[in-house]
Design a protein around this ligand. Structure first.
Ligand SMILES: Nc1ncnc2c1ncn2[C@@H]1O[C@H](COP(=O)(O)OP(=O)(O)OP(=O)(O)O)[C@@H](O)[C@H]1O
Length: 654
């Protein structure tokens, strides 16, 4: 759907034009065709909900199905029992006033009239008892199943999402798909279960009632089906409009949610306070809310007025047919019981028609959700294990070769890397430098095989990365990304997660912390390595940006990987901590190939090899001394930074 909210909703008009009603014929036949369409779409959705429900709990589903069938049949059975009772009473009155033979027939049995009344009353009692029990069974199993279905869906989504490529998460359309599946998973199953089983129940009630009426009088059956037509017209018009309204307002609601988040979460609170944005955001929220509620009010008023009008018409039709039936009874063509049965049947059929509509509309909506869910589950990762993966020669030495590697992000015209070739020999330390957006992080992501190159190939110890099992490859790489994760967990866990198998190996965690420079910091915390970091689950410690970076660096040292990849590992560290880290890195990088990105030339110059990227191309490569001699881009940037410290003329020029 095209968003009608201009821009972000943070500025500009909040008054969104009403969505255009799609042109459609409103004669009865077109309505009927539309009804058939939405009912068949809803029916198509039923098996999927039932399948999910079966997966979540086969026994509960069986009980629910049984209860649904029985409670679907119960209105017809109850009406029939009421008719039987009334007819038996009328018959008994007749027998006693006119002294006729005291006999009545109930199925294969011949009883006297009082026995007959008692038998019917007992049957009625049994029926009510069964219906009550089944209603309870239905409610309980539905309640239990909802949570399980929700859990099953969440599990499916999480399991699948954990296997998808990074590209999937970075694509906004697919990300929306995932977010929707995730967000709606807790609430949607409830309406799916209610909708699906309610629809089945209504269908059973509707058909059993019609069948019952047919046995008495086909004419009555026809009248009962025709009487709710006005209600049908009103519902068919507004059911879908309500759905469209929900769709149309979703961009407004999303923006309202966003505004709500901006003023209620700790992440954004600092800036919002400093720039005094709170009242402004609250006001935008209020304005968007006003538009939303005005539209909603208009729709519901219109709907209520119209459906009351059509409802009156339905009542009138009902009263006229009732009068006709009453007269038929007076002339003895129908019994009093038939009259009662008809009254109950018409109101039940009418109720069923309305329920069918709302059920079909609800299912239509649920179907859209399910479509998205299944679309998400059908998304296949592209970076997968080859059929016959090659093994890396043991021991893995960390020899990295890029051969004419090019890469473009999906939907982006400009390549992020083009024709990049270089070699890093085992044990070497390489620094990747370049201006913002030059392609440095992209190069790292390709090396970790989070993406595949669009051209050329990347070799590790002579093997093309695409021939390896990605999981096996990643076991040999330890990395720290620019946007690293700060887990809501203890300090030890935050480090240990770098090597899941050894997360509880405390000596190992401590030596990784020493390598990352976090040991002193962590032993100083109130509960040492067991101090929770972050405040989601426990009262934990709040670390500064640089302190977090040390913890995350330590995580990268958990793994004894031959390849270490660090994307701006020192961006938040103070000068002393940075110096210490590189001193340690020289020690620690023995026998392991290290690649790091840095904008600080003081650290870059220490690397064995420097790769200078510009607009996705490798323009210079060599040692610091070599590149300074070349006096190219690297030398220019280096001098610029150095001059800034020394207050030399180059800084003034810049
Ligand atoms: N997920 C993405 N989807 C589309 N384009 C991207 C994506 N990530 C990066 N880019 C683009 O690719 C180019 C290279 O980005 P990259 O992150 O590799 O740069 P960088 O050299 O690491 O920059 P910085 O120094 O700012 O971290 C940039 O033009 C960027 O806009």
């Amino acid at each position: 759907m095209i968003s009608t909210v201009p821009d972000s909703g943070l500025t500009g008009s909040v008054d969104i034009p009403e969505p255009e009603e799609p042109k459609q014929d409103n004669d009865l036949r077109s309505r009927w065709a539309r009804l058939r369409q939405s009912v068949s779409a809803a029916l198509r959705g039923l098996p999927r909900v039932v399948r999910l429900s079966w997966e979540a709990g086969p026994w509960l589903t069986t009980w629910l199905a049984l209860a649904t069938v029985i409670s679907g049949l119960s209105p017809a059975a109850t009406a029939y029992m009421a008719k039987l009772l009334l007819d038996s009473v009328t018959h008994a009155v007749l027998v006693h006033t006119q002294h006729l033979p005291d006999q009545a027939v109930l199925g294969p049995f011949t009883l006297d009239t009082v026995q007959m009344i008692i038998a019917v009353a007992v049957l009625q009692l049994l029926l009510t008892a069964v219906t009550t029990v089944m209603n309870t069974v239905s409610q309980v199993s539905q309640g239990l199943l909802q949570d399980r279905v929700s859990h099953t869906i969440q599990l499916k989504v999480m399991d699948h999402a954990s296997k998808l490529d990074l590209a999937f998460f970075e694509d906004s359309a697919s990300y929306d798909l995932l977010r929707q599946a995730q967000q709606e998973a807790p609430s949607r199953p409830m309406s799916m279960m209610n909708g699906a089983f309610g629809l089945i129940r209504t269908l059973i009630t509707f058909s059993s009632m019609i069948a019952l009426l047919l046995t008495i009088s086909p004419l009555l059956a026809a009248v009962a089906v025709l009487a709710p037509i006005p209600a049908f017209i009103a519902e068919s018009r507004y059911g879908l409009r309500t759905y469209r309204f929900a769709l149309w307002t979703s961009p407004i609601r999303r923006r309202m949610d966003y505004l709500g988040r901006l003023v209620t979460t700790d992440e954004d609170a600092k800036e919002v306070k400093l720039f005094g944005l709170g009242p402004y955001f609250v006001d935008r929220f209020r304005q968007l809310g006003k538009v939303y509620f005005a539209r909603q009010r208009k729709l519901s008023t219109e709907r209520t007025l119209r459906s009351t009008g059509w409802g009156m018409l339905t009542t009138l039709t009902g009263s006229l047919t009732y009068l006709y039936i009453a007269l038929e009874a007076v002339y003895g063509r129908l019994t009093l019981g038939d009259l009662l049965l008809f009254t109950q049947a018409t109101s039940s059929v009418q109720g069923s028609v309305s329920a069918l509509f709302s059920g079909a509309t609800g299912m239509y909506e649920n179907n859209l959700y399910l479509d998205n869910l299944y679309k998400l589950l059908a998304t296949e990762p592209t970076i997968t294990r080859p059929e016959r993966p090659r093994e890396l020669p043991k021991p893995v030495r960390g020899h990295v070769v890029f051969e004419h590697v090019s890469f473009s992000y999906q939907g982006s015209e400009r390549p992020a890397l083009s024709d990049v070739s270089f070699e890093i020999r085992p044990g070497e330390t390489a620094a990747v430098v370049g201006r913002n957006g030059a392609g440095k992080s992209t190069l790292f992501k390709l090396l970790c095989r989070l993406y595949d190159p669009t051209g050329g190939r990347i070799l590790l110890d002579g093997v093309d990365l695409r021939e390896l099992d990605p999981d096996d490859l990643r076991l040999h790489i330890s990395a720290m990304f620019q946007d690293y994760v700060t887990y809501q967990a203890t300090a030890a866990e935050n480090i240990g997660l770098g090597d899941l198998g050894r997360v509880e190996d405390r000596p190992r965690v401590e030596s990784a912390a020493a390598a990352g420079g976090a040991d002193e910091l962590l032993t100083g915390l109130s509960r040492g390595y067991d101090t929770p970091l972050g405040r989601w689950f426990n009262e934990g410690a709040n670390l500064s940006g640089g302190e977090w970076q040390k913890v995350v660096l330590s995580r990268a040292f958990m793994r004894d990987a031959p390849l270490l990849v660090l994307d701006e590992p020192t961006s938040a560290l103070d000068a002393q901590a940075e110096y210490d880290l590189f001193a340690r890195l020289r020690r620690l990088s023995h026998g392991r190939t290290t690649l790091y990105i840095s904008h600080r030339f003081s650290t870059v110059r220490q690397a064995d090899r420097i790769l200078f990227l510009q607009d996705g191309q490798l323009v210079e490569s060599g040692t610091h001394a070599e590149l300074m001699r070349v006096d190219g881009q690297y030398a220019h940037l280096f001098t610029l930074q150095a001059a800034a410290y020394l207050d030399a003329p180059a800084a003034k020029e810049a």
